[in-house]
Design a protein around this ligand. Structure first.
Ligand SMILES: Nc1ncnc2c1ncn2[C@@H]1O[C@H](COP(=O)(O)OP(=O)(O)OP(=O)(O)O)[C@@H](O)[C@H]1O
Length: 258
C-alpha cells in the first residue's frame, strides 16, 4: 500500500457489536413481597426477564487524533455504546478492541458527594492513575479550569452543596487534566454555562492534538460541529451514518426536521 500521509493508528475497533440489557422482573410488575418471592421461585426459566437490544451490529474504526461525535434520538444507544467501549458492559456478540486505556468521563473519576471538591480532585486524580506529585502540580489548574471558585471558596465545601452544573464541571476538569488515550465524554458540555463550554471545547481540541481520540455524545449539534470532525449517527441501536461532521449532520437535521 502506498503511504501518502502519516500512518493512521487505530485506537478503537468495534466489530459487529451487539449489546443486550436484561431487565429482571420487568413483566411481573408489582413490587409486593409475594411477587418478589414468585420471581425468585421462577428463576432459571428466564420468566420475567426482558431483553433490550440497545446496540445492533455496530462496526467502526476510530483513529488517533480524531474527535468523533455520537448523535441520535433519545434511547438510540449512544451511552450504551460508550459504556461498552469503556469495558463496562459485556458484548452479546461481536467485539470491541481498544488500543490504550479508555476513560469514560464521570465514571473513572468517581466523585463522592460527602467529600469536599478539594478531596475529590485528589481522589479523582488518583483514580485516573495520576501520581500525587502530578495531582499537586495540576491541582490549581484543575480548580481554575472548573471555575468552581469563581463565586467564592466552594472547593473546600462538600460536593453535595454544588449545583449539578458545578459538579459536572468539576468532573470534566479532573478528567481533562490527564492526557487520555481514548477520552469519552457523555453530554458533559451541555451542563456547563457557555463560558465553560467554550473552555472545554478548547481543551478537547488540545487533547486531540496530544494524539488521543475523543468521543463526544451530545444533543447539541453546535457542540458537535465545534469539536468533532467525524460523526457516528445511531438510531434504534443501528449505525445509520458514519462520516464527516457536516455530511452526517445535514442528514440528521433532515431526519429531525431541524
Ligand atoms: N440499564 C439499562 N437496563 C435496561 N435497558 C437500558 C439500560 N440503559 C439503557 N437501556 C435501554 O437501552 C436503549 C439505549 O439507551 P441509551 O441510554 O444507550 O441511549 P442514548 O442514545 O444514550 O439516549 P439519550 O440520548 O436519551 O441519553 C434504550 O432503549 C434504553 O431504554
Amino acid at each position: 500500500m502506498a503511504e501518502q500521509h502519516e500512518e493512521r493508528i487505530p485506537t478503537v475497533i468495534a466489530d459487529e457489536l451487539h449489546i443486550v440489557y436484561r431487565v429482571h422482573g420487568a413483566k411481573t410488575g408489582k413490587g409486593s413481597a409475594t411477587a418478589a418471592l414468585s420471581r425468585i421461585l421462577k428463576r432459571g426459566e428466564e420468566r420475567g426477564v426482558r431483553k433490550v437490544h440497545a446496540v445492533k451490529g455496530v462496526s467502526f474504526v476510530a483513529y488517533r487524533g480524531e474527535a468523533i461525535g455520537l448523535i441520535g434520538s433519545n434511547g438510540s444507544g449512544k451511552s450504551t455504546l460508550l459504556r461498552a467501549i469503556a469495558g463496562l458492559l459485556p458484548a452479546e456478540s461481536g467485539r470491541v478492541y481498544t488500543n490504550g486505556q479508555p476513560s469514560l468521563l464521570g465514571v473513572n473519576a468517581a466523585l463522592m458527594n460527602d467529600l469536599t471538591g478539594e478531596r475529590n480532585v485528589i481522589l479523582g486524580g488518583l483514580a485516573m492513575g495520576m501520581s500525587r506529585e502530578q495531582i499537586k502540580e495540576r491541582y490549581q489548574g484543575i480548580v481554575d479550569f472548573s471555575g468552581i471558585n469563581e463565586k467564592g471558596d466552594f472547593i473546600t465545601l462538600p460536593m453535595r452543596t454544588y449545583s449539578s452544573g458545578m459538579a459536572a464541571r468539576l468532573r470534566f476538569s479532573i478528567a481533562a487534566a490527564k492526557d487520555h488515550d481514548v477520552l469519552m465524554i457523555d453530554e458533559a458540555l451541555a451542563t456547563g454555562d457557555r463560558k465553560f463550554q467554550i473552555r472545554s471545547e478548547e481543551r478537547i481540541r488540545e487533547l486531540r492534538k496530544q494524539a488521543g481520540t475523543v468521543f463526544l455524545v451530545s444533543h447539541s449539534n453546535k457542540s458537535i460541529r465545534d469539536t468533532c470532525d467525524r460523526v457516528l449517527w445511531l438510531e434504534r441501536g443501528e449505525l445509520r451514518l458514519d462520516g464527516p461532521t457536516e455530511e452526517v449532520l445535514k442528514e440528521y437535521e433532515k431526519f429531525t426536521g431541524k
